[in-house]
Design a protein around this ligand. Structure first.
Ligand SMILES: NC(=O)c1ccc[n+]([C@@H]2O[C@H](COP(=O)([O-])OP(=O)(O)OC[C@H]3O[C@@H](n4cnc5c(N)ncnc54)[C@H](O)[C@@H]3O)[C@@H](O)[C@H]2O)c1
Length: 333
């Protein structure tokens, strides 16, 4: 079977990272095309990887030399490019979030359903992280009993200038919404959001503290703080009836040196989730030749955006906002 020829739209931090994973070798796939609003950036990555640089995202999507697409451009572009890939009948891995609004996400679901075959995966790569998978597997056994709380921490060293308080919810905490649904096999039905004062080192946005309630009665709390200063730090602890299970820090070694004793903290998500990004790519590529796909579907992307919109409303109103439960369409079963 010939390699699937992958085209990447958006060659910034994430697009370049995915391109390098592909270029380093993923069985069954090759990087065939790259495109970016910055032509120089796309051409530089094309030179580095041997891929073809495209000037226009729609030209890349429709090109007969491209079999599948990765969308790694900014959030606001995701739904239009996902729709274009579906219209071309090509599988597409869309970086999170699937879209910027519930209405846009519904458009993607409608187009994919109308097409009749699943084409969309959302880049919620934490589903492939060995730590989260171990937590999910433990919860499925009966040693710990039922889950009661899920405590989540999402800290970045320093957020980019464009990141507003709302984007801390919609872009950063979106990962937590998906991983809570994934770990708990449950739907979020209510959201409350509060904020401490802003850090004096990042006065333009506030950290967020989010409390979610699940349909089965589990409480999920999320600290989303993108200016913690010391590194990228993601934590999770499931508290159950008979014990708890937590993510370990990602380094496999602990260091004692120069007055320091402990784990190194990676500077950003690429180091922390290196294995997950690679596993996500391998699974997506395998799905291109018909293997079942364990990644997040367009439905999962849609439900994460429903939680996002409830959190944004809760943040504005100060009250608790319901997230309506919906039957999962048979198409996504
Ligand atoms: N899965 C994860 O862990 C994770 C982590 C970070 C970012 N993301 C998501 O990945 C996406 C990209 O984030 P990033 O950090 O790489 O951003 P980035 O700013 O580094 O890169 C975005 C790139 O897209 C290009 N671009 C802008 N508009 C475009 C358009 N219309 N068509 C084509 N290219 C366009 C920009 O020139 C830039 O090179 C975002 O949606 C973000 O939310 C996911």
């Amino acid at each position: 079977m010939p390699n699937a020829r992958i085209g990447i739209i958006g060659t910034g931090i994430m697009g370049s990272d995915h391109a390098r994973i592909l270029a380093a070798g993923i069985a069954g796939a090759e990087l065939a095309g790259v495109q970016d609003a910055s032509r120089e950036r796309a051409e530089a990555l094309a030179r580095e990887t041997g891929a073809r640089a495209f000037a226009d995202p729609l030209a890349l999507i429709s090109d007969p030399g491209i079999d599948a697409i990765m969308v790694c451009s900014p959030d606001a572009t995701h739904h239009v490019l996902a729709l274009a890939a579906i219209a071309a009948g090509k599988p597409v891995l869309v970086e999170k979030p699937l879209a910027s609004t519930v209405a846009e996400a519904r458009d993607v679901i409608a187009a994919e359903t109308e097409h009749g075959k699943r084409l969309v995966q959302v880049g919620f790569m934490r589903r492939f992280d060995p730590g989260y998978r171990a937590m999910k597997a433990e919860l499925k056994g009966d040693r710990l009993g039922q889950a009661l709380f899920l405590h989540c921490i999402h800290r970045n060293a320093i957020g980019p200038d464009y990141l507003t308080s709302d984007l801390v919810i919609s872009s950063s905490a979106g990962h937590e919404f998906d991983i809570a649904r994934f770990l708990l096999d449950d739907e979020i039905v209510a959201a409350t959001v509060t904020s401490p004062r802003a850090s004096r080192l990042a006065p333009g946005r506030k950290p967020q503290f989010i409390v979610l309630e699940s349909a089965d009665g589990i409480v999920v709390d999320i600290e989303a703080f993108v200016d913690c200063g010391y590194g990228y730090d993601v934590r999770a602890e499931l508290v159950c009836e008979k014990g708890t299970i937590s993510l370990n820090p990602s380094p496999t070694t602990s260091l004692r040196h120069a007055g320091h004793d402990g784990y190194e903290t990676p500077p950003d998500w690429r180091g922390r989730f290196r294995d997950a990004y690679r596993a996500q790519m391998e699974a997506w590529v395998a799905s291109l030749s018909g293997k079942p796909n364990e990644g997040a579907s367009a439905w999962d992307g849609y439900r994460a955006i429903r939680v996002t919109e409830a959190c944004l409303e809760a943040s504005r109103s100060g009250g608790k906002v319901a997230v309506p439960l919906e039957d999962k369409p048979a198409f996504y079963a």
